[in-house]
Design a protein. Sequence first.
Lengths: 408, 408
Amino acid sequence: MTGGSFDLLEGLGPVPEGGVYMDNNATTRVAPEVIDAMMPYLVEHYGNPSSMHRFGAESGRGLTRAREQVAELLDARTPAEIIFTAGGSESDNLAIMGTLRSHPDKRHVVTSAVEHPAVLGLCKDLEKRQGYEVDYIGVDGEGRLDLDQLRDTVREDTAIVSIMMANNETGVLFDPVTIGEIVKQKGVVFHVDAVQAAGKLPLDVQQLEMVDMISISGHKLHAPKGVGALYVRKGTRLRPIIVGGHQERGRRAGTENVASCVALGAACEQAVIHRDDENTRVRALRDRLEAKILPAVPDCRRNGVRDERLPNTANISFDYIEGEGILLLLDRAGIAASSGSACTSGSLEPSHVLKAMGIPFISAHGSIRFSLSRYNDEREIDYVAAVVPRIVERLRAITPFSKQRSTF
Amino acid sequence: MTGGSFDLLEGLGPVPEGGVYMDNNATTRVAPEVIDAMMPYLVEHYGNPSSMHRFGAESGRGLTRAREQVAELLDARTPAEIIFTAGGSESDNLAIMGTLRSHPDKRHVVTSAVEHPAVLGLCKDLEKRQGYEVDYIGVDGEGRLDLDQLRDTVREDTAIVSIMMANNETGVLFDPVTIGEIVKQKGVVFHVDAVQAAGKLPLDVQQLEMVDMISISGHKLHAPKGVGALYVRKGTRLRPIIVGGHQERGRRAGTENVASCVALGAACEQAVIHRDDENTRVRALRDRLEAKILPAVPDCRRNGVRDERLPNTANISFDYIEGEGILLLLDRAGIAASSGSACTSGSLEPSHVLKAMGIPFISAHGSIRFSLSRYNDEREIDYVAAVVPRIVERLRAITPFSKQRSTF
């Protein structure tokens, strides 16, 4: 290792072809089966499903089937409970704003401190600009939700409680059954952002009977970007946030994005097929990655509780160095990972999730999320596990923090 | 012609292969060049543009180029004036709601009586549920906007004027320069829904200096469904309607629909290339269709002014019969057309546009829109022109209206 010319990969053999993609909580590769399913709706069946001719009817049939497939993933009673949207952020906004617009008298919202920006940003806006009162439920050092605080916070006049199922940064799971029981004791609408959970964990709205709405996002489960869905339990009042045409039973105006909806349907079908793989093979790969890195690198730790976590997610803090530096060298080694949420990247603020967990600044700043998928394999894990200690050592040797460290 | 077994196509030769698609104001075939441009972003470059690695950077470059291409179609000063959305309806909602949210003190909105449902539906909602005052400017019998009424209606405390550039049903054009001058005399924000005009007519925001925002929709100009854009002139205040992440400079949260944005960019580039064809060859095809049908069918008329119209659109009323019946038989002949707007189809209400023009019920109910594209040719025109009189004759022979007609 000699200054700027240090060779990160010396002796490691070639970078796995095409690079190593371990940023699946940011976005996923579109599954080949999904592309095959959607192509006819891009190329031939281009009609508007609202149109009264064969071109429209072909599109309409694809859309109908897609809605059934999404409903099947969630075990929804009827496809009419599925609203297609342009993605997870729109689904979250529709759930919350649509509920608030249906209950104009209720001005109190409850969420958690570790939600995705689509929920958290909207809640901040509700507080700052729209005169709502919002409470943010905290988490403990391992990312577990404070259920006592939740119990004390939800009120009869709360309009909606929106709490995620799986955290995008740490993978920590919140149990919608336990939370839902607390919420329903006060008779409040309960929305679950399941964008990270869908496709990785079973999600059965018959069992989750206390959940009124569930957000899912296509591009987190191997469908393309720009499509998502909101499950809305029959009988739930919901005003649209995009108003106009009759589409989606008047709950979301605009010509349906047929090809992408078909893709989401196909991705849901694939997710059911691959869910076991996710919870056995992918989980084992993730555990192998942690088991190799954690003992090999001094002053590093896993963020988030060990067991109640998404099977694909490892969030590791490397003290005294910066996440961006790690990402840069990982990228040089052909490895794609993330520091914090991609949706807030570009900012110098440390992750709001790790902050809420009370992770000290010196650790939070050097935290990296590896998020796997069905397309990763053992060779990639071993490659990443070999590269990471070198990168950390390299960065600690040249950053100012490392000097402090040696004096502590 | 013998009762139910009447052969619509007798003596006409085979239906043109793949059918005749003349419903391009409802949605268009995705151009092959557009599919070629987007495919790499579906298959290989699947990174999240916000991510700090090569997968993200590849996506980001595609998105940047796409934004430039959209900006070029409109001659925008900078690509930063382009916000990508999920389509025309979202663009319209963002323009109007985003402006209202930026000017909470202004409670008056002006639009026209013949807007697309994305504007009209939202305005009805603003009136009924959100306490706004909305004025709807009328049109004359040929669909021309009542500029005197506009002049009398726009006030200093009007929050926004939203008036379309080209009507989706009749193709009638409103001149944004004339309208903009009236709007700007009162210093009011001016939004133009150019969903039908974009790609068919020149659209230059340097010349349209009185226009603050312009909506465009991908699937009306040979890009896929589910993507659109809103041009927002630098300096225009606009709050997001989908709140959360930092994307689109904080004006539209959610992971960018990269492949579809790339497709929209490519479609804008193609639109520039094909714009002359649209205004010469396609216009001539449309004129040929009208010149053949209008004299051949008794009691039919063109709706909308003859000259200031989209070059691709023909809206023809056939008295005494119903549009749905015509569409059904057209479809049987392999011809795709529309009655009224696809976005309001399924309803039994006659077109709000023709109603606003004062077209009598007996005509409005039997109105058909043929909307052409670069993919139509003369053979198709002649085929449609041969089929239509047969259909009308057939329907008039069997509908109750036809009896009334014979007694008038």
